[in-house]
Design a binder for this molecule. Structure first.
Ligand code: ARG
Length: 365
């Protein structure tokens, strides 16, 4: 029997994963060997293999633990995993995504959650979603100006070509765009009551509320590919909760996103003509205070970057205690405000790639 390089690689990846997963879960070497033999014959027969549900679940957690860009990894073992490998239609997938959003939001007490749809088999993706996040604002390009979120311009155009019509406010939630294999993508509007958002207010700069700015409660990344033991899951949306700076120092502050710093500075009465007045820095801090305050007021889980860094330190300690190497991507781990006030800034991290993991992938075709 001739075994292709691909099949052989898959078997190697599977073996590596099963050993690590079963060791960590304290499952005997006998059972590991038996499982690897079973997988081997399944791969020879079908060119692929299917994860048992505990393997899927633990693999998704390991993937989080291995994701070098994430500062929130202390909680990797608390991920809630939903197995949606039996879902093959866009309509049924939409139902599962609705359940995910509702479960993850949990009345503001956000739960880290992943829903895993069928794997890629012999290069075929049974189902894919085009959205970057399940909840995300549309972006419309008007000559040089952009209304809404500039990161969404491409998908917004696609939705409009498919007949969707946004209200053209800066905060129009995009519909979900789900595609079954070899079919055209389908649009699904999210029910309003499911879309939880937080109005941005400031504890004493009252005019901040007049800007009419808001952000959605839960970031649910939906365009990355989960890889476990050589098997790829191209549709596996997952969420944690926000760290304040993601919103206050990036989404709402970046010049090519919502660009709010000049408006905050105006409310604060700062001199924006001299960079030496540090108006940018002052406005940035107040905007971040507003984000922390607003999520607190709304009762929605969100962590500040100092607490997140402390949790990451604990994660590093735990990993060392468990005999694993800490890997991390320094450029991503340092928070975008006051980075040098966290321990992360002051040490190097090895950005080694371990699997399972979450990967970028190209758009569906
Ligand atoms: N930075 C992204 C955003 O602002 C979200 C990335 C995931 N963040 C998280 N806290 N799990 O929308």
């Amino acid at each position: 029997m001739s075994i292709s390089i691909k099949t052989n690689n898959l078997l190697m990846e599977a073996t590596h994963f099963i050993k690590k997963c079963y060791d960590e879960l304290g499952i005997s070497k006998d059972k590991q060997e038996k499982r690897i033999e079973d997988i081997k014959s399944e791969i020879y027969r079908t060119k692929t293999y299917s994860h048992k549900s505990f393997e899927l679940s633990y693999g998704a957690k390991m993937a989080w633990r291995n994701n070098n860009r994430c500062i929130g990894r202390l909680l990797w073992n608390t991920l809630h995993v939903f197995d949606a490998r039996n879902i093959f239609t866009a309509e049924a997938a939409y139902e599962k995504l609705i359940e995910h959003i509702d479960f993850a939001y949990n009345d503001g007490k956000v739960r880290s959650t992943i829903t895993i749809f069928p794997p890629r088999i012999n290069g075929v993706d049974p189902i894919r979603i085009w959205n970057h996040q399940l909840l995300r604002y549309a972006g419309y390009k008007n000559d040089d100006a952009v209304i809404g979120d500039s990161t969404s311009i491409k998908l917004t155009n696609m939705c409009e070509r498919m007949g969707w019509q946004g209200k053209r406010t800066p905060f129009d939630i995009l519909p979900l765009v789900i595609q079954e294999f070899e079919k055209s993508p389908k649009l699904f509007e999210l029910p309003n009551e499911l879309v939880k958002e937080v109005p941005i207010t400031h504890p004493h700069l009252n005019d901040v509320s007049k800007l009419g700015v808001k952000w959605y409660a839960v970031p649910i990344i939906s365009d990355m590919c989960l890889e476990i033991g050589g098997i790829e899951y191209p549709m596996a949306p997952f969420n944690g909760w926000y760290m304040g700076t993601e919103i206050g120092a990036r989404n709402l502050a970046d010049q090519d996103r919502y660009n709010l710093l000049p408006k905050i500075a105006e409310i604060m009465g700062l001199d924006i003509n001299s960079s030496r007045s540090l108006w940018i820095d002052k406005a940035l801090i107040e905007l971040n205070i507003a984000v922390l305050h607003s999520y607190q007021e709304a009762g929605v889980t969100l962590i500040d970057h100092h607490t997140a860094a402390k949790q990451f330190k604990k994660f590093e300690e735990n990993e060392i205690k468990s005999g694993r190497n800490v890997t991390g991507n320094w450029v991503w781990l340092i928070p975008p405000i006051s980075p040098a006030t966290t321990h992360i800034y002051h040490k190097p991290y090895k950005n080694n790639l371990e699997t399972p993991n979450y990967f970028y992938q190209s758009d569906p075709s």
